[in-house]
Every structure is written in C-alpha cells, then in structure tokens.
Design a protein around this ligand. Structure first.
Ligand code: PMP
Length: 361
C-alpha cells in the first residue's frame, strides 16, 4: 500500500518531506543520542529548536515585535475559554460573530465566564455566507470581537478582515493559518490548533498583542494566566515538545515553498479547480456556500442523495483519496485542501469526481 491523498479536516495531511525527516530523526535527534521526545524542554537543543520555530513563524507571518507568540497545550477550544478569562474585565462584554460550528463552540466557552453578545450570526441561512458587516451589533467598549475567519465544517471563509474599530479583533485561525498572507497588525489575537496547517494535534499557537495581557483583574489559577506563559517562553509548564518540533519542520518546508504569498497562489488555484468541478457537474455535486464566502481550505459538498455516499467514499479510497467524509454536523462530503495538499492531489480528486458522476449520474 502507498500513501493516499489525504483530505482529512484535522488532524490532517503533513508535507511528506517533513514526515520523512521526522522518521529519519526519530531515534537520534541533533546529536542528543535520544529522540526529541525524550529530552528536556529546558535543554539547549530543544530551547534552540523552539526558538527557531518561533522566529520562523514570526518571519512567515510577519508578526510585529509587540506580539507574544505562545506554543500551548489544550487546542483551540481551551484557548477560546482562556482568552475570555485573560482579555475581558469582569464587567466587560465580548462580541461574537457566528459563521459556523466553531464560532458556536467558541461562544459556549466564552459565555461560560463573561457576558457574551452575538453581534451577528449566519445561522438563519444555514451558515452559507457572512452576515453583512454593516449590520453587526457591536458593543461599545467590548473586550474583544471574536470570529472564525475560516469555518472548517461549513466551509465559510472571510476573504477580508472585518473592520471593528478600536475593539481588539480575536480570530480563530485553526484552519487557515499561513494559507495566504494575513496582516497580523489588524488583530488583537490570532490563535488556533496546529493540527490542520501547522503540525500534529496537541499543540496550539496564540499570537497576542502584548498590551492585552494582564489587564483582566480577576484571580486566575496561575496555569490559566497567559501572562505566565508569555513571561516563560511558553515553558511555564511542559510544552508539547514533539508538536513544536514538527511545527518547526513544517515552517521550514513552508519557507522553502516561498512562504504565505506563494501558498496563497497555490491554494487559490486548488480551490478554483475544485469549485469549478462541483459547479460544472450539472447539479450532481452541490456546495451551498455563497461564492464570495467559499473557503479555500475546506470544501463541503453533497451528492444528489445520501444513498450514493458510501459508494463515493469506498471508490474514492480505492482510487487513493481518503478523508472525504463530511463532519457529522453537516453530513455529505468535505475535501480539506490545506497547504500540504499538492495541486496534483486536488486534480486527482477532480478527475475521480467527474468519473464517479458519469458512472452514478
Ligand atoms: N476552531 C476551528 C476553526 C476548528 O477547525 C477546530 C477543530 N476542527 C477547532 C476550533 C477545535 O480545535 P481543537 O480540537 O484544537 O480544540
């Protein structure tokens, strides 16, 4: 058996050269005569590896110096809860913009500790677009506005950064980080799990404007205080060292590809190719997202009826295409085409879809 093209939404495909390097270094890493998983996070070799990953991330995303970059456990979900506790004062509201499933989950975690206000929601339209920003009900003096630039399940992506005035914008970039250039200075916080575009699960990153930390005025357990991680180079407790190391290799691979701008061009072409196949299928395949909000990273699509789904998945797998089953919240199919998915993989999927439609149409 050979490796398939993997369209999984996350954990997701990693660049093959990265996996090969991990394999080659598995038993002995950097002259340590031990695996990277077996050495202290405070030892010289790991500290250097960690610092290099941070500086590569800063370079690739052009992160200004007045932002912390944190490498944490707990995934995007834990961070959504921690950001509310760390950024909002006890009497401050947080505005949340909902464009899909993950925004709803973030809302649940934010609303558990602070007053949360749904400033706009695309739920009424089945999360098929972005509510017109001119109608957003923003709260003056809110601690932050939270949104999800790319909704991994619904396949809804913002192609522009919304203007929310002086209130810090907090974005969950789990599924579109480094998929194209992004102006970090427009945000208070960018955060996400690593397991889609950056590395394995178990690691999350947070890019936080420095002045936003330490102002919340509530007593938090020290481990929930993000300022403590910021002051300790994300080593207030043991960081997810293996994930951090793999992320570093992914970033070196990304630099070799030409960085975010080059990835953006490739990702645009991949998405255009796949949406054209769906829209050109004579109605056999359907994607319900309004064209200006269609995601470049996650492409949900439906077959004419559910009875053909099992055949689609089985035949796709036999053709070397895996991970296409849609999320249970939405059903149907979903192709996640993150940075590590080559254009040839998308073309193989497009060819398979055309063939399947001819045989089952
Ligand atoms: N936000 C987004 C946009 C996601 O895609 C996901 C995972 N699919 C999450 C949050 C949840 O992330 P985690 O499992 O790392 O908590």
């Amino acid at each position: 058996m050979t490796r398939a093209y993997n369209f999984s939404a996350g954990p997701a495909a990693l660049p093959e050269p990265v996996l090969r390097q991990v394999r080659d270094e598995m038993l002995e890493w950097q002259g340590e005569r031990a695996s990277v998983m077996e050495v202290s996070h405070r030892g010289k070799a790991f500290v250097e590896c960690a610092a290099r990953a941070e500086s590569d991330l800063r370079e690739l995303m052009a992160i200004p110096d007045d932002y912390h970059v944190l490498f944490l456990q707990g995934g995007a979900t834990t961070l959504s809860a921690l950001l509310a506790l760390n950024l909002a004062g006890p009497d401050q509201a947080v505005d949340v913009v909902l464009t899909g499933h993950w925004g709803e989950k973030a809302l649940d975690n934010i609303a558990a500790s602070v007053k949360a206000n749904v400033a706009a929601s695309g739920k009424g339209d089945g999360y098929t677009g972005i509510p017109d920003p001119s109608g957003w009900q923003l709260t003056p003096g809110a601690a932050f506005v939270h949104y999800t630039p790319n909704e991994t399940i619904h396949g809804v992506e913002f192609h522009d950064i919304p203007d929310v005035g002086d209130v810090p914008l907090v974005a969950d970039i789990s599924s579109n980080v480094l998929s194209r250039p992004m102006d970090v200075s427009r945000f208070g916080v960018l955060y996400g799990g690593a397991q889609k575009n950056l590395g394995p699960s178990g690691l999350a990153i947070a890019i936080i404007r420095k002045d936003l930390l330490g102002r919340h005025g509530r007593a938090l357990p020290p481990i929930f205080e993000l300022q403590n991680q910021a002051r300790n180079d994300s080593m207030f407790n043991t960081p997810p060292t293996f994930g951090w190391y793999v992320l570093g290799l992914v970033l070196q691979w990304l630099k070799a590809q030409g960085g975010a701008a080059a990835m953006g061009e490739v990702n645009r072409r991949k998405a255009e190719n796949l949406y054209a196949a769906i829209d050109g299928s004579g109605g056999f395949y359907r994607n319900n997202v309004q064209a200006p909000a269609r995601s470049w990273m996650n492409v949900p699509f439906f077959l004419p009826d559910e009875t053909r789904e099992q055949a689609f998945l089985a035949e796709a797998k036999a053709a070397g295409l895996v991970g296409l089953k849609g999320h249970r919240a939405l059903g149907g199919m979903r192709a996640s085409i993150y940075n590590a998915m080559p254009e040839a993989g998308v073309q193989a999927l497009v060819d398979f879809m055309g063939d399947f439609a001819r045989r089952h149409g």
